[in-house]
Design a protein around this ligand. Structure first.
Ligand SMILES: [Zn+2]
Length: 282
């Protein structure tokens, strides 16, 4: 779910997770500044920048800083997800990606907006600890109503074996994304109600939990063959939306994961996985 097995094989990081320290560090500044007055300016700057703010590793950005028109609903930062609670590491509902990925998303958005469409990000960079939490959830033996909505035909302990949950996720590299399309003029106002008994993720859109996007044939994070991008049992319109999303992302170099219509990654974008938490933007 949610990025789950999408990072098998070459997408797996071959190296241990590392805690990056950010682009500018005190040590760097000493090298840059030497004994010049610049050094003192940099020390002053360090004193006035709040701890934690802008603490993204080198080359990571908040997507909102690159393109604020791209919609975001970062599901693991809240309780509207298959685990049913915010995942560790999601301290803010912000899409964080590498700068290269952000620029490509901006280009895709520029193509879509004149047509009345928008991208909507559902997950971006995912801290390693959140991935571990998903794996633990899949093996805890506890079935919940919320969980079953996302896995209507699969026992959750089988999700790992079947490739729906992975030990490592390409999301943790910052170069993988979950997203959908939104018709800007449509009524996307229906809000998710955690107390409501929605039909499972493979049911008709009117019966599923609302997601504020076009009807892709299943909900996000649906562990089911109907969520496979090439699934046959879709309406022509659902098929058209999936093709549209795959095509606009492909034009920017992204590759879809065949078991999840919503998951895309940038091939060769690096294998290092990260553990830094997603903190509020300044
Ligand atoms: Zn994903």
């Amino acid at each position: 779910m949610g990025g789950k097995a999408e990072s098998r094989g070459s997408e797996f990081s071959p190296v241990p997770s590392s805690e990056p320290l950010g682009g500018l560090q005190t040590g760097d500044w000493r090298v840059i500044a030497g004994r010049s007055p610049l050094r003192y300016a940099l020390v002053l700057l360090a004193a006035i920048v709040p701890a934690g703010a802008a603490a993204l590793p080198f080359d990571f950005v908040y997507l909102r800083d690159i393109d604020p028109t791209i919609l975001q609903d970062i599901r693991y930062a809240g309780s509207n997800n298959f685990v049913g609670r915010p995942l560790p590491g999601y301290e803010a509902a912000e899409c964080v990606v590498t700068r290269d990925v952000a620029r490509r998303l901006q280009a895709a958005q520029a193509e879509l907006r004149p047509r009345g469409l928008s991208l909507k990000m559902l997950d971006c960079y995912r801290p390693v600890r959140a991935v571990a939490e998903m794996l633990a959830w899949s093996q805890d033996g506890v079935e919940t109503a919320a969980g079953r909505r996302y896995t209507p035909r699969i026992a959750k302990q089988d999700l790992f074996r079947l490739g729906y949950i992975a030990v490592r996720s390409s999301h943790s590299t910052g170069a993988a994304l979950d997203l959908t399309l939104v018709e800007i003029a449509a009524d996307n106002s229906a809000a998710f109600d955690p107390a409501k008994d929605y039909a499972d993720c493979t049911a008709p859109a009117a019966l599923r939990a609302p997601e504020g996007g076009v009807d892709m044939g299943t909900g996000y994070d649906c562990s089911d063959v109907k969520a496979h991008t090439a699934a046959q049992n879709l309406t022509p319109e659902q098929r058209r939306w999936r093709n549209e999303l795959v095509a606009v992302m492909a034009r920017q170099g992204f590759v879809n994961y065949a078991k999840e219509w919503w998951h895309f990654s940038l091939p060769g974008a690096g294998a290092t996985t990260y553990v830094f938490p997603i903190r509020p933007r300044r």
